[in-house]
Design a protein around this ligand. Sequence first.
Ligand code: AVJ
Length: 317
Amino acid sequence: MLERVPVRETQREAFRADVRAGLGSPKKSLPSRWLYDDRGSELFEEITRLPEYYPTRTETLILERHAAEMAAFCGPRATVVEYGAGAGVKTALLLAALDNPAVYVPIDIAGDFLELAAARLQQRFPWLEIRPVTGDFTADLDLPDDLPRLNARVGFFPGSTIGNLSEAEARGFLERMRGHLGPGGRAIVGVDLRKDLARLLPAYDDGAGVTAAFNLNVLERINRELEGGFDLSRFAHEARWNEREGAVEMHAVSLADQTVAVGGERVAFARGETIHTESSRKYSADGFAALAAAAGWRVTRIWTDDERLFAVTGLEP
Ligand code: AVJ
């Protein structure tokens, strides 16, 4: 397909611009979205199966355990709008539990991935109307205006993806979602909870080194796509807690004073200097309720696990 080439090129130019700006600033950083190319998405799937990485299996357990209550909360004949289409396991759990869901609208920036996930779900739920939307849900994205308006709309945002957004971005996202879902809307949002650092940090620095590979893959991506010269043996993965932000941060730490070629420019690193590659915010139940309230939502349900590691929240306008 011809129109695909410009899209890829535009992506690459956006990547180049972000890398230039992020590595050119005094505190080096890269937007976390660039972690998720094909290799990064594969590595993230591997992360979700690690013994140290509790969020995915805990959230899945909560969805399984409380599916009936969630179905009652959402009501019959729902139109389910999912923000970011994952591997589909959690979606299938929710759709299977709901009372006759009518329409499923997955939104994702990766169009190919989205079509694949939609096709898989269609096999499992042949009677469900599936309407994929390719787009960036963190930006000002509209839903198709011919969706059935009679049904209750339910927003689904699992995985604690909301933790990747800054507080301002998260509020903006929740406000836009409220607009999408309308006055009778409901939302189910997965939120990773604050916890002991002894439990939290290993989830982002596992013994097998998968998270390290996931983090440093963004440097390899610069090498692959932007003719970069990063020597991966001269950078290390670091996960650290930022108390002020209430977030686990991933950094790539330079192990030496060095200069790296990136797309015709040279970037200097001092030994110990880092590139901040991702923040994963953790909320208290009260903190999340306050954030939701600022965006016009009330948290009226909290489903959690016995250890209170993770919360699946139910929101009403
Ligand atoms: C996909 C953003 C939910 O923050 O836990 C996992 C990403 N980064 N290990 C998270 C991630 C490192 C993950 N989210």
